[in-house]
Ligand binder design. Structure first.
Ligand code: FEO
Length: 169
């Protein structure tokens, strides 16, 4: 049986991953509105990836007998000043997710919930990758500014992203 504090934090993280999925669909919609379809596709794929993160945590809690509750999603930010602003919003969100994962890891270690710390290792590594990806793309978008050629080049490259992998059960 999961420690109560750890269960509460894991449950909150499931909801937070679902919000990230929601936010990235909103950013995809913003890029679609600019006809930057490569970036719109990239964020759609990432939205699915965030949903998979929620599902991974859900399946873990289910195995450990934790009670899962799904809450209401807030409306995500829909308007952005520029492509760079949209990337910055996503990058900041990833930093927030990293801090939340660290917090759960600390609580799990304190409660001697070693099954949870082992599971969270995957998320710690994932966050290193995600922060790096979002930071790099934010800097590229910042450098592109409103230069249409540079934005199109970035858009073409990001549009080649493969569909998000499904996480095993
Ligand atoms: Fe589920 Fe992008 O962190």
């Amino acid at each position: 049986m999961l420690n109560d504090t750890v269960a509460e934090k894991l449950n909150a993280q499931i909801n937070s991953e679902l919000f990230a999925s929601h936010l990235y669909m909103s950013i995809a919609a913003y890029f679609a509105s600019l006809d930057l379809t490569g970036m719109a596709k990239w964020f759609q794929a990432h939205s699915i990836e965030e949903h998979e993160h929620a599902r991974k945590l859900f399946n873990f809690m289910e195995k450990r007998g934790g009670r899962i509750t799904i809450g209401k999603l807030d409306a995500p930010k829909a308007e952005f000043d520029s492509p760079a602003d949209a990337w910055k919003t996503a990058y900041e969100h990833e930093k927030h997710v990293t801090a939340a994962i660290h917090d759960i890891f600390s609580a799990a270690a304190e409660a001697r919930e070693y099954g949870t710390t082992a599971m969270l290792q995957w998320f710690l590594e994932e966050q290193v990758e995600e922060e790096d990806t979002f930071r790099r793309n934010y800097k590229l978008a910042l450098a592109a500014g409103d230069d249409e050629w540079n934005l199109q080049d970035m858009d073409d490259r990001l549009g080649q992203r493969a569909p998000a992998p499904m996480i095993e059960e």
